[in-house]
Design a protein around this ligand. Sequence first.
Ligand code: PMV
Length: 324
Amino acid sequence: MNKAVTARAHTNIALIKYWGKKNSELIIPTTSSLSLTLDKFYTDTTVFFDDQLEQDELFLNNTMIKNKALTKTSEFLDLVRQMAGIKAYANITSVNHVPTAAGLASSASGFAALAAASSKAAGLDLNRKDLSRLARRGSGSASRSIFGGFTEWIAGEDDLTSYAHPIQENVTMDIQMLTVVLDGSPKKIGSRQGMQHAIATSPFYDTWVAESAVDLVAMKHAITNNDFQALGELAEHNALQMHSLNFTAKPAFTYFNGDTLNILNLIQDLRHQGIQAYATMDAGPNVKIISQSADTQIISNAIKNNFPSALVEIAKPGPGISYL
Ligand code: PMV
C-alpha cells in the first residue's frame, strides 16, 4: 500500500454490441459481446491510497471533479477497498486521450485503467480475468479493455461467470477503424439509461438477444478465417440492430443525428464503388468506419470532401492493459 500505481488502458469498439443488462447492480449483460481494442485512444490513470485523505479526490484531464463522475469512481473504489480490506481514500489522476462521452468509449478505457491501477495500488494482485470482472462493475464495456485485439465478453450468469477473454490479441487481419467525429459533445442519454429503456419497452428486444447470439458465432468464424468482408457486414448489421431497439422503444430515442445518416449513406456509396467500408455506431452520433489500410486515403478524402469540419482519426488494433 501507499504507493502510486499508473495503468494504461485502450478503448475498445464493439463489433457485436452489448445493449442491456439482466442484473443492473452487478452489470451482467443479456448477451455476450465482441470488440476490437484500439491503439489510438486510451486512458492513463494513477491511483494512490492515502490515510491522510478525508475523501477520494479525482482529477480528470487536470481538472478536479466533484460531480457524478466522482461518486461513480468512489463507489467503484469501495469495491476495491472491500476486496483489499483497506479503508484509505484515494487520489486518482486520470488523463483521457479519448473525446469523453461522445460514443468513443471513454468509459471503457477509463474504468479498465482505474480497475488495474486501483487494485494494484491497494495491494491486490489480480489476474486479467479478475481484473476484467472488476472493470465490468464500473462500466460493462470496460471488461473488454483489459485485453488487446479481438475480445469477447462472456455474458455469464453472475459476478464470477461474467468476464472478457481474448479471442485474438495479436490481430492478423488488416483492419482499422476510421473514427469520424463531427460532434464531440457529451451524449444526452447515457448508455446505462438508454439500454435499460430499450429492454423495458422495445417489442424487438427478445429478437435482439436471439439474433445477437447468431451474429457472435458468425463473427468468431470471420475472425478465424481472416474474412474482412464478413466481419464488416456483420458488424454493421449488428450495430443497426442495436440502434433499431432505440428507434422502437417507447418513447423512441436515438443517438443518431443527421450527419450519422449522411455518413451511413456515404459508406453505402463507397461500397457501391467497390470500397470495403462498414459502419458501427455506439451511444453517440459519431461513426466508426471499419476498413482496411489500402483504402485509408480514398475513405478519408470522401469524408473530408463531404464533411469539411469532421475530425478523422485512424485507429489500428491496440494492446491490453499495461502498467507504466
Ligand atoms: O459499457 P457502457 O455502459 O458504456 O455501454 C456500452 C454500450 C455500447 O458502447 C453502445 C456497446 C458496446 O458493447 O460497447
